[in-house]
Design a protein around this ligand. Structure first.
Ligand SMILES: C[S@@+](CC[C@H](N)C(=O)[O-])C[C@H]1O[C@@H](n2cnc3c(N)ncnc32)[C@H](O)[C@@H]1O
Length: 232
């Protein structure tokens, strides 16, 4: 088992193929971001755990208010792939090869995204959310999605076990082994109650929680989908 940045360094060349397997789900989440940007209040965007940058390209191709982007990506190889993908952008892009926990909160960001379970890679999701919160101002919105330990469609019997564990030990954070291309890393997995409680503790005042089917990308119920959070 390896640290997340090592894991993503090793799979960076195959990342695009891996992401394609979840294209319906990813495009639903992208659409939520595009809809928010179309309200015209997003000039600066901080994307945490950007990966290969292709989502940034896809979202920017359908929005026109954003002028400044900050990319935070701890895996150097992923960051290099990202730079290559974004090289023709006319937007101002700042690249940071670090985790969000080590990112200096110096600027204002209208939108902060952490897409596709970036939070699950953090060793402490509370510190992760607190770091996000510290980068927000009164007008910022954070959008992130993550795996849901209660998702029966995804985890089958394990989801039921996770619900029982949550009843007995509500604060215990579970994890699972993420394996791709012969490499593995440990990933945290939260449930809707834990996300809500962490948002509160991290200083968010309001949030909306949605559930998206991981296969079809359609909206679903709390025990059948990934969690999508809009928080401010
Ligand atoms: C599943 S990938 C998602 C990439 C991209 N957001 C997407 O949707 O395609 C998770 C990414 O989060 C990054 N990551 C892991 N821990 C992080 C942290 N603490 N802060 C910022 N990024 C992190 C990883 O290096 C990886 O690129």
């Amino acid at each position: 088992m390896m640290f997340s940045d090592q894991f993503y360094n090793l799979i960076s060349a195959k990342y695009q193929k891996i992401a394609k397997e979840r294209s319906a789900y990813i495009s639903t989440v992208n659409q939520v971001i595009i809809d928010h940007c179309s309200q015209g209040n997003v000039a600066s965007w901080l994307d945490v755990g950007t990966g290969d940058g292709l989502r940034i390209l896809s979202i920017l191709s359908r929005t026109n208010s954003i002028s400044r982007i900050s990319v935070v990506e701890p895996s150097l190889k992923m960051l290099n792939v990202c730079k290559e993908h974004l090289r023709h952008l006319s937007h101002h892009v700042d690249y940071f090869n670090c985790s969000i926990e080590a990112f200096p909160a110096t600027e204002e960001h209208d939108l902060i995204t952490c897409l596709w379970n970036v939070i699950g890679h953090s060793s402490d999701p509370f510190i992760f959310l607190k770091s996000i919160r510290e980068n927000m101002t009164i007008n910022s919105l954070a959008i992130f999605d993550c795996n849901n330990s209660f998702n029966i469609r995804q985890y089958k019997l394990d989801a039921i076990r996770n619900m029982l564990k949550a009843l007995l030990r509500p604060k215990e954070l579970l994890s699972f082994k993420l394996s791709k291309c012969g490499y593995s890393t440990n990933v945290r997995i939260l449930n809707p109650f834990q996300i809500t409680s962490l948002l509160k503790r991290a200083g968010f005042s309001e949030w909306k929680l949605f559930y998206i089917d991981y296969t079809t990308g359609r909206p679903t119920s709390s025990c059948c989908g990934q969690m999508l959070v809009l928080a401010w």
